[in-house]
Design a binder for this molecule. Sequence first.
Ligand code: 13P
Length: 279
Amino acid sequence: MLVNFKDILNEAYVNHYAIGSFNGYNYETFKGIIEAGSETKTPVILAFGAKYLKNMSLETAYAISKSLGETSETPICLHLDHCSDLDTVFRAIRAGFGSVMYDGSALPFEENVKNTKLVCDMAHACGVSVEAELGSLAAGEGSHEGMASDVEVYTQPMLAKEFADVTHVDALAVSIGTVHGLYKAKPNIRFDILETINNLLSIPLVLHGGSGVPEKDILLSTAKGIAKINVNTEISVYAVDKTTELLRSKQPHFSEVSLHQVNYVKEIVKKYISFFGQR
Ligand code: 13P
């Protein structure tokens, strides 16, 4: 069933586990993510990034997730990931997305507040949940979202408090040392900043850059308010590596390639679900 993310995130937040938010951009990724959720009986967030509008339209993303999600007994939330364009955010709400991430993190604080509040007012009136971001992440290797020029700016707890109070956002993405893409060294996550933000805000917090974060850091972060963890790069790297291996070993029919790819996506998503899941 398709849901809006507030219900599943609030439950995760209160019970100190995280819901996985996995990036999908074609039929194979959507199916792999949804099947991983169904087979593990775990809610999943299907994150369609504004970056992937070249792969499919918002309306197609909704149609596929509705068709595949309706037969699933576990909750599935179709979410718009990282979108800095207000028109696209409003179109996603109209298209049927259960949640949207308005990303105004590159804007001056006041402008980010103003735009996020506008999105929250509109989205909440339509029963749609909103994630926003404060601070910014650097990029590691192989990230499709981050750029080498991205600089790490930690989220300031007092600004986060003001931001949440004024906008009424449902979940806030924080910058605490994770990166988009694969880590070149062990991640240095600032749990002290996370704890302060969590004590001030008491709303579900979001960890971007989930690929490669060690399980023990995931556990610590969920104990301190992280209720949604985003994973993109590792799914792509694994699926591309396995597809390359498959094509080297034989020449399958194109339709078979697609079936294998659903399974590659599913394997990685299930691995992360086992790290994040309800314990
Ligand atoms: P990774 O690509 O590092 O897994 O990050 C994904 C992400 O944060 C999507 O918003």
